[in-house]
Design a protein around this ligand. Structure first.
Ligand SMILES: Cc1ncc(COP(=O)(O)O)c(C=O)c1O
Length: 399
């Protein structure tokens, strides 16, 4: 490729490098786990993975993926309604629905796809969709696409601001369907959405509540069923979207869970379903095994919770000020993007892989390193990571 586009891309990439915001990919030579072999680095402690329950390398989860590959082959070689749907998809969807407390679910190749399919398929020009300001990029883009495709009205309410949401719903009484979408756990903050408050506001305004539980599935609630279980609201949330690419095996895949009619309608009309292949059967097998593993090992969730408490307390003792919370996402605000990236580079030199996030992923001036904990971390892993934080913090004058 040559010409103005290539020139623009090359110039922009050079700018990212100059500004210290260029992302270098780190290559892993083995399975995801609390410690992993990183190309050119040797063994490092992973403190930046969504492998919250440590299930991506769990033998039963791997075996189920292999078994599905043997039984069903590599794939259908077409989309579900044309070439047939594997029975394992139906089984997975029933398991997922039962797990998150809905009547039905429909799987997608990613939660990105699920979040894109939902508003673009079910809304019309008579409807409104409102989104929390800090929602995940997939929700934001799904809503942008929905606006372009369906001409629905769209809006953003301030982060977790029930009064703002209420005002925006009150101003939209002419709308046939009012949909409110929130992350269950906000991925850059680790904060939990106020589901009881949101559900109450939605109920008063006849709005539908959609919760993206990607960082909560397998994580929140005594048995890992997500934000609804955390608040004692299992079975009370209209629609849940979530990923299979984090706690539930970590490969890829996502789903929409809700009523039978919703999932049927998405099957009939959802463009990411109609025009794109199904979730690979290996992933379906692994994800189903992950749910079953969790159902018989709820103590994994307790271990995760204990690790979170331990790590947060020690990090605070060292002198860092992580954003308060109780989820395994522990963000430490550094300030400027380049500074956050510097911290993550120095941590990697210390043998700890923790990612720095800056603008535009988070607002200017709030760049951070985001620690993510797993039930698979031992106390030894956590202590070693904390020692590294102490040394890096002192060198940079942060603690
Ligand atoms: C809140 C949230 N929603 C959706 C996604 C997308 O999930 P997937 O990787 O399955 O597309 C992510 C992934 O980072 C996420 O954090």
């Amino acid at each position: 490729m040559s010409g103005p586009l290539e020139a623009r891309l090359v110039e922009s990439l050079a700018g990212f490098k100059r500004d210290g915001v260029y992302k270098r990919l780190n290559y892993l030579e083995g399975p995801q786990g609390p410690r992993v072999r990183m190309e050119g680095r040797g063994e490092v402690i992973i403190l930046s993975s969504n492998n919250y329950l440590g299930l991506s390398a769990e033998p039963a989860v791997i075996a189920a993926g292999k078994d599905a590959l043997d039984r069903f082959g590599a794939g259908t070689a077409s989309v579900r309604f044309i070439c047939g749907t594997f029975t394992i998809h139906r089984e997975l969807e029933a398991v997922l629905a039962a797990f998150v407390g809905t009547a039905a679910s429909l799987s997608f190749v990613s939660c990105w796809n699920a979040n894109e399919a939902l508003p673009t398929t079910v809304l019309t020009e008579h409807d409104l969709v409102l989104s929390d300001r800090l929602n995940h990029a997939s929700i934001i883009d799904g809503i942008r696409l929905a606006k372009a495709i369906t001409r629905c009205q769209t809006g953003v309410y301030e982060h977790s601001d029930l009064a703002d949401l209420e005002a925006k719903l009150a101003a939209a009484q002419d709308r046939q369907v009012k949909m409110v979408i929130t992350d269950g756990v906000f991925s850059m903050e680790g904060a939990i959405a106020n589901l009881p408050g949101l559900a109450e506001v939605c109920r008063r305004h006849g709005a539908l509540l959609v919760v993206d539980d990607s960082h909560a599935t397998g994580v929140l609630g005594t048995t890992g069923r997500g934000t609804a279980e955390h608040f004692g609201m299992l079975g009370q949330i209209d629609v849940i979207t979530s990923t299979l690419g984090k706690a539930l095996g970590g490969a890829a895949g996502g789903f929409v869970a809700g009523s039978v009619a919703l999932c049927d309608y998405l099957t009939q009309r959802g463009r990411p379903q109609l025009f794109s292949n199904a979730l690979p059967t290996t992933v379906a097998g692994s994800a189903m095994a992950a749910v079953r593993f969790l159902e018989s090992h709820p103590e994994r969730v307790t271990t995760l919770r204990n690790n979170v408490r331990y790590f947060r307390e020690r990090l605070t003792e060292i002198g860092f000020k992580p954003l308060p919370g109780e989820t395994p996402i522990v963000p430490v605000i550094i300030g400027e993007t380049a500074a956050a990236i510097k911290v993550s580079e120095m941590m990697l030199d210390e043998g700890v892989f923790v990612t720095g996030f800056g603008y535009p992923v988070v607002p200017q001036g709030t760049a951070r390193v985001r620690c993510q904990l797993s039930a698979a971390h031992t106390r030894d892993d956590l202590d070693q990571a904390l020692d590294a934080f102490r040394r890096v913090g002192r060198k940079l004058g942060l603690v």
